[in-house]
Design a protein around this ligand. Structure first.
Ligand SMILES: C[S@@+](CC[C@H](N)C(=O)[O-])C[C@H]1O[C@@H](n2cnc3c(N)ncnc32)[C@H](O)[C@@H]1O
Length: 252
């Protein structure tokens, strides 16, 4: 028996596994995640139309031909703002249909592993399936290394020292709230940059944090980019991008 088989455990019939696959580099998967990817009856994953799917791409080296896969394709992504009722209606319907498709496999006794980039319980789409299914089917969540953890590691920056307070902010907040919250914290992570990059840069500047701010694109993935935010001239970041502001606290 391999170490992975011995330590990673098995998959139970009719169980949904929310599998955290980490920030990008397949070597950062946990033993449990890697074992389940080899053992569940169905590998499920979310994907944008026409793309491989972020989490599915991360585990590609662990997939063998002939696996039963359930691709759950978003009807819309960033073509419509997330606050728009049209977006919310379409996504809600999509989550309902996706949960039904997963539920049908579970009811037939098949184990399903739903891949989730980073950690499933940290801004993960998996949570929308968990909410709909956990009262009806057994669910196990396998934690993953978060994207932010991968990013500050690749930036080679400890994020919090001593009693530093870390604030995690979605870049979708308005400029004023961003600047206020940034000014009130010791260390920060700003996620979901996308088209909000210019606004985030302005808020970091206003909060007086530009000298410590680092921009990380595709942390731990191919084409990773780690640069001081002050050197970034783009107004948009790719989906996988964030700004980190390492804490400056007590160093003994
Ligand atoms: C919907 S959230 C998913 C978070 C994920 N569940 C986690 O644990 O990190 C997606 C956002 O996470 C951030 N992110 C996740 N992984 C990243 C990576 N490897 N490099 C840069 N940003 C990343 C980006 O800001 C992206 O827009």
């Amino acid at each position: 028996m391999s170490v992975l088989d011995a330590l990673g455990g098995t998959a139970a019939a009719g169980t949904l596994y929310g599998i955290g696959v980490g920030p990008g580099d397949v070597r950062y998967l946990t033993l449990r995640a890697a074992a389940l990817i080899g053992k569940v009856d169905v590998i499920a994953y979310f994907a944008k139309r026409g793309l491989v799917g972020n989490a599915r791409g991360i585990v590609a080296p662990l997939m063998s031909p002939g696996r039963h896969e359930l691709r759950l394709e978003y009807p819309v992504t960033d073509e419509i703002p997330a606050a728009d009722p049209a977006y919310q209606g379409q996504i809600r319907d999509f989550y309902e249909t996706s949960a039904s498709a997963i539920s049908a496999h579970l009811a037939a006794g098949r184990s399903v592993g739903l891949l989730s980039e980073g950690d499933p319980f940290f801004y993960g789409s998996f949570m929308h399936m968990w909410r709909r299914l956990e009262s009806r089917h057994p669910v196990e969540v396998v934690p993953g290394v978060t994207g932010m953890s991968g990013c500050w590691t690749r930036a080679n920056q400890p994020i919090t020292w001593g009693d530093d307070i870390l604030t995690v902010l979605p870049a979708t907040l308005d400029a004023e709230s961003l600047a206020e919250r940034l000014a009130a914290t010791d260390a920060a992570v700003v996620m979901k940059l996308g088209r909000n990059l210019a606004k985030v840069r302005g808020a970091i500047e206003r909060a007086g944090l530009m000298s410590r701010a680092i921009y990380v694109e595709r942390g731990t993935m191919e084409n990773e980019r780690v640069v001081p935010l002050a050197e970034v001239v783009d107004d948009r970041g790719p989906y996988f991008s964030m700004v980190i502001v390492p804490g400056n606290g007590r160093r003994l």
